[in-house]
Each structure stands twice: as C-alpha cells, then as structure tokens.
Design a protein around this ligand. Structure first.
Ligand code: IDP
Ligand code: MG
Length: 149
C-alpha cells in the first residue's frame, strides 16, 4: 500500500472543480485518509516546491499556490502514486490525455489545477509539510474485499 499527497490548487477551487476532482480520485478505490481546506502558507509553498527554486516560474508558482484556498488530500492504496499521477495527467494541459483531469479541464501549464507527488518518497516528504500524524484517519472501507484480491 502506498500513500499519495494531492493538492487541489486555487484555480480549481475558484472554478468549482473540487467535487469533480475528488470524485475522480474517490471512484478509483483509493482510500481517503486525510483531507482539509487550507490556504497554503509561503513557508509550506517554499518547502513543497524547493526543487523548482531556481526555475523562472518559481516566484509565480509560489504566489499562485498561496493566493487562495486549496484542498489538501492524503490517499492510500495499491499503486496510489502512479494511479493518481495518471489520473492528473501531464504537467502541461496541452499534452495531457483526454480523460485526465488536466486534459479535460486545463489549458495553461501555470493553471493546471492539481498537484500530486511524483514518487512514494516525495509523497512522504510532502505529506509531512501539510499533515500531522494525528490528522490521518484509520478506517477500513467495506469495499476493500471487492477492490483487492
Ligand atoms: P507536476 O505538477 O506535473 O509534477 P512539475 O514539473 O513538478 O509538474 O512542476 C510543478 C508545478 O510547477 C506544475 O504543476 C506547474 O504548476 C508549475 N510549472 C511547471 N513548469 C512550468 C512552466 O514552464 N511555467 C509555469 N508553471 C510551471
Ligand atoms: Mg512535480
């Protein structure tokens, strides 16, 4: 079982796509283990996007991600990272496959609606930026017997 971090970005909140995005995640069978409506702080944004610090888009990215409310989500399940990244689609919506979130709802790379960690290791690091251990809920969906062999 893997854990994945997902952040519904301010553009998707503004556009009323929160439910649509959560629906797509939830119906895969991935289990929600934490979720909250938050405004990302500058400190969180700088930690989260540290790897992009030297890139020309970094200042715009930090100001965008902190510009309004977001939804931070943790999910758990089989192949959670790859499964979620496929659901989200390519970074630039112009390259994202139809059927993916970015492919279906986006146009601009700087407004691509959702973040998802790109590896199990980075998910662990990013989850720690946004959630404390007490915020995770431990529960057993009754559907598990039909989702997993
Ligand atoms: P990812 O979100 O698909 O993992 P990354 O390459 O990790 O993509 O980039 C992180 C975020 O930085 C992207 O989701 C996007 O919001 C922003 N970004 C990446 N490249 C560009 C760019 O060329 N212009 C503007 N924003 C960018
Ligand atoms: Mg990334």
């Amino acid at each position: 079982m893997e854990r994945e971090f997902i952040l519904i970005k301010p553009d998707a909140v503004q556009r009323g796509l929160v439910g649509e995005i959560i629906k797509r995640i939830e119906r895969t069978g991935l289990k929600l283990i934490a979720m909250k409506f938050i405004q990302v702080t500058k400190e969180q944004a700088e930690k989260h996007y540290e790897i992009h610090k030297e890139r020309p888009f970094y200042p715009g990215l930090v100001s965008f991600i902190t510009s309004g409310p977001t939804v931070a989500i943790a999910v758990e399940g089989m192949n959670a990272v790859v499964k979620t990244r496929n659901l989200v689609g390519a970074t630039n919506p112009k390259d994202a496959a139809p059927g993916s979130i970015r492919g279906d709802f986006g146009l601009d790379i700087g407004r691509n609606m959702v973040h998802a960690s790109d590896s199990v290791e980075n998910a662990k690091i990013e989850l720690a930026i946004y959630f404390t251990e007490e915020e995770y809920k431990s529960w057993s969906p009754v559907t598990d017997a039909w989702l997993y062999e």
